[in-house]
Design a protein around this ligand. Sequence first.
Ligand SMILES: [Zn+2]
Length: 308
Amino acid sequence: MAKVTEVAENIYMIDAQLYSIPGFGSVYFLDEDKKALVDTGPATSSGVVLEGIKQIGRRPEDVAYLIVTHIHLDHAGGAGTLLKSMPEAQIIAHYRAVRYVINPERLISSVIEAQGEEAMTRNGAVIPVDEHRVKPAHDGDTIRLGDRQLLTLLETPGHAPHELCIHESRHHGIFTGDAVADHITGTDISVPVTPPPSFDLELYIDSLNKLLKLNASRLYFAHFGVSDKVEEQIKRAISELRIRDEIIARAAGDNSIDKAAAMVIDHICEVLQPVKQEMKALYDYLVAVDIPTSAQEHVRYYRKKQHL
Ligand SMILES: [Zn+2]
């Protein structure tokens, strides 16, 4: 059984059981005249996503749009696999991401470079998508799903240069992808993720300020769950990014930038300490993969910016 929650009228959250971890990755199903998915999960989640759609009482064949917030494999790796069950569906991706959806080879090699070969076992096959099934998205583009549901795509780079957030008009909510943070469901804890190869602190904070200005009523996190503490969550992400940057700047000032990544890792682990036991599988994954890569990438960005 897939775990499906109706998080708002006509919006369902399917737990993608990302990397077999419950409460880590979600795919949202928008049940309007035209059906849409926000993100797809990786190919290893495709079975559970299809099951979730059926549990909602809908058919994968009726999905019109797969809107991917960005093309990191945990968000969009399964797009090509899902399309096989969704003959009518079109993929909507940031215009800078379209070429990687059509030809994922470079994307795959960059994932292997950052996370090792085992990343591809975790994510599964990334099937190239025919060009005619991918539509490039630009900032401000809209998609009408029904009388009361108009989606607006927002360019929100920083976590990745090809990141989109999606505003939905029915509840004035935002699907955040990874533009805000990893939110630990059931808590107020959240940690921004700053993965290689193209994290950009300034763009990230600009994007967060852009989201703040929308005064949205709720955030639908990709990782994970829904929060109505919109301002608090966005401001926390900004302050958390700044704290990390200050840790690195201090280390650089002490001539110990080589230790900066370890110091950032310690800091993030401390933030997550309250959920270490109850979310053990998630915590262990973050400590093994996302946190070290985030810390190293932030240090790389700092060095590049400061010409160190
Ligand atoms: Zn991502």
